[in-house]
Design a protein around this ligand. Structure first.
Ligand SMILES: Cc1cc2nc3c(=O)[nH]c(=O)nc-3n(C[C@H](O)[C@H](O)[C@H](O)COP(=O)(O)OP(=O)(O)OC[C@H]3O[C@@H](n4cnc5c(N)ncnc54)[C@H](O)[C@@H]3O)c2cc1C
Length: 438
């Protein structure tokens, strides 16, 4: 039995940022984490080793994001431009840095004129009917599924319009040594300020009333505090009461549970393949592409595993594969070895190689099916038509006892990112400090 001022469930970026801010303000804080590691969807392996670290979860800083960058500067952690060229492979042809689809500018213009929000799929069906726009419809759906990990039938057209404004096309960066360096910095700081992190603590039941919260874990341990920050992924919060992995609130929190249900949470599978050589830069590839390839960043295709990227501008032997949205959700129960088989087949089709050749060149592999992961159950949030309404509810504390934090509560243009999680954690802590309820 532990007794503290504030309990936080979830040691991801949001939970740790909230804990650090509260601990620095003199609060007695304990963070409960289900896994045997901190970081949540930030999961770097090989941190501190001589070889290149591998990012199994978050990898990029998507733009000049203020909180992430200021924390990295404070921690003295360097980050580097991850700028690289975009390629598309289609019908046996490689194209570089082109507008990949016809009618795109007209599509953006019509989206700009839209007055009433609707799903992006409904918008396509309303405004871009018929054979003429078949490829455009397919392209937009795949983009929304791939980049936003969203279901086009649920994703808000207004939200995508905001995301696709040209001013949001910022630079991308990778963090030297991996994202986990930032997480470790936060953890070291909050421990130094007297906060505890309890690993392998799977919260199962939350018994609460004003000024008193009790958490019971899977192992039957009890933690008590005066206030609680729930910093869990939406996927975990969406599990229906009574189903395995559900968090049971007593008394129930009906209004918040409804807001959680109407929020969008995507699906993703990330694949890391390390080869003996960068065959995508070799002579055979130059013949296929019609020119030397030395800075291929992203490669989009219509293969089973459609999206791939390298570590450009760094030259390494690592290829990262990505499948998001409804297609990834459908593969939640597919075995990792089957995903590996599909990955190699996709690469063999794109690069016109024999699968056996690729197998021989494969040194190591990781398939991370985040949708099947019991402590995430998806990828990151996307806006449904009801998202703003849901966020308003979820940002309201429940009787000053229960607060929520997580990437899904952020409403700026860096949705679904580490920046979003850090911002949410910071904001909730500031709110608790300001309200002085303790
Ligand atoms: C494959 C992938 C790639 C991504 N790429 C990028 C990227 O390049 N750039 C970027 O900025 N963002 C990226 N993101 C998004 C980013 O990782 C997340 O937005 C961010 O890390 C979420 O932080 P969080 O604290 O809200 O949630 P989480 O990191 O998920 O933290 C929640 C914590 O709660 C814990 N937990 C779950 N259930 C329980 C329980 N019952 N009891 C106790 N603890 C529990 C989890 O183990 C986890 O540690 C990516 C995400 C994925 C999945």
């Amino acid at each position: 039995m532990e007794n503290t001022d504030i309990l936080i469930i979830g040691a991801g970026a949001a939970g740790l940022m909230a804990a650090r801010t509260l601990a620095k303000a003199g609060k007695k804080v304990a963070v409960l984490e289900a896994r045997d590691r901190i970081g949540g969807r930030i999961h770097t392996i090989g941190y501190g080793m001589p070889q290149q670290p591998l990012e199994l979860g978050a990898e990029f800083i998507h733009g000049d994001l203020p909180l992430t960058k200021s924390l990295l500067d404070e921690a003295g952690i360097a980050y580097h431009h991850a700028g690289a060229s975009m390629w598309r492979y289609e019908d046996g042809v490689f194209k570089e840095n082109e507008t990949f689809v016809e009618h795109w500018d007209y599509f953006l213009q019509k989206l700009d004129e839209l007055e009433q929000d609707m799903s992006i799929n409904s918008f396509l069906l309303k405004e871009f009917k018929g054979e003429k726009y078949l490829r455009l419809r397919d392209f937009v759906r795949k983009y929304v599924a791939g980049y936003d990990n969203a279901d086009p039938k649920k994703a808000s057209a207004f939200s995508l319009r905001r995301e696709w404004q040209p001013e949001n096309e910022g630079a991308q960066y990778r963090i030297e040594g991996g994202y986990i360096g930032l997480v470790k910095f936060l953890a070291d700081e909050l421990v130094a300020a007297g906060c505890k992190i309890c690993l392998n603590a799977v919260a199962k039941q939350i018994l609460w009333q004003q000024n008193q919260v009790k958490i019971i874990t899977n192992a039957g341990c009890t933690y008590t505090g005066k206030q609680l920050v729930v910093a869990l992924p939406l996927g975990v919060l969406k599990v229906n009461a009574g189903d395995s992995g559900a968090i049971n609130f007593q008394p129930p929190i009906a209004e918040h549970a409804n807001a959680i249900n109407i929020s969008g949470f995507g699906a993703v599978i990330k694949i890391l393949l390390q080869f003996t050589e960068a065959f995508w830069e070799d002579e055979q590839m130059q013949k296929l592409a019609g020119k030397a390839i030395c800075n291929m960043g992203y490669l989009f295709s219509d293969e089973e595993i459609p999206t791939w990227w390298t570590q450009a501008p760094q030259h390494t032997h690592l290829l990262t594969g990505w499948i998001g949205g409804p297609e990834a959700a459908e593969k939640a129960a597919t075995s990792d070895t089957e995903i590996l088989r599909e990955s190699l087949q996709s690469l063999a089709n794109i690069f016109n190689r024999d699968v056996q050749e690729l197998k021989q060149k494969l040194v190591s592999w990781h398939v991370i099916n985040w949708t099947a992961d019991e402590f995430t159950r998806g990828s990151y949030a996307y806006d449904t038509i009801d998202a703003n309404e849901a966020r308003l509810v979820l940002c309201k504390p429940i009787q000053d006892a229960i607060f929520f934090a997580g990437e899904y509560l952020y409403s700026g243009t860096a949705m679904g990112t580490v920046e979003a999680a850090l911002t949410s954690g910071f904001k909730v802590a500031e709110q608790m400090i300001r309200d002085k309820t303790l």
